[in-house]
Design a protein. Structure first.
Length: 223
């Protein structure tokens, strides 16, 4: 059976968004997270971490660990790291050395709900990052890692480790593990119908006929 991530990466976020609507999971696409390093689609399983203000740090045993490093070590090649930094503090949730380490490990990219720094380094490494904003300010003394591979919030969505992620220039879709097969099937059907519609236009059909006969009925749950 073909790898689910391979199938997901063939699709675009718009087709997946439509598929999520079709199977009753509407709203699981987040807007406003921009591709800030390279314009590249990424798809994979989520490895997560969550940041909190520095003064909420708990006393840790053993040597300190820099934020993001545990997630990189836990990730398999092809995974996507998803970061929550919703503290309101202007401080990086990801940086240049992390981008290099993730690139070397074969991680597909990063989705950050919050600021990212060292973006020029990520661009040099051609490592994809989708994030809410950019900053030059370090996390040190400002924010700290509270949890790795727990639930995180991106936009209004709860994202769990192991969920599927697809990000492109239109948005970032998060698909629960339990729903991936139904979403893939629906999205592939939608993509095939849209390809047929494009062919019909190229063959001379009128756009009103093509979209009226196909598009308006495509998202019916039992269509």
């Amino acid at each position: 059976m073909e790898n689910r991530v391979t199938r997901l990466k063939r699709l675009d976020c718009c087709a997946v968004s439509d598929a999520l609507d079709k199977v009753g999971l509407n709203g699981r696409v987040v807007s406003g997270l921009r591709a800030e390093s390279v314009t590249a689609k990424i798809a994979g399983r989520a490895v997560t971490y969550r940041l909190v203000p520095f003064d909420q740090e708990k006393i840790q045993q053993g040597p300190p660990k820099h934020l993001g490093t545990t997630a990189i070590e836990l990730a398999d090649p092809g995974d996507v790291i998803v970061v929550e930094q919703r503290t309101g503090i202007d401080a990086g949730s990801w940086g240049g050395i992390l981008s290099l380490a993730a690139k070397l490990r074969g991680i597909s990219g990063v989705v950050a709900e919050g600021p990212v720094r060292d973006i020029d380094e990520a661009r040099a490494y051609k490592f994809p990052i989708y994030c809410r904003s950019l900053t030059a300010k370090t996390a040190r003394g400002r924010v700290v890692e509270a949890e790795v591979n727990g639930a995180v919030t991106v936009g209004e969505l709860i994202v769990n480790p192991g969920d599927y992620v697809l990000a492109d220039s239109s948005g970032v879709a998060f698909i629960p593990r339990s729903e991936i097969d139904s979403v893939l099937s629906a999205a592939e059907m939608i993509a095939a119908r849209e390809a047929a519609m494009a062919k019909a236009l190229l063959d001379g059909s009128k756009v009103t006929d093509v979209m009226g006969a196909n598009y308006e009925h495509m998202l019916r749950k039992h269509g």
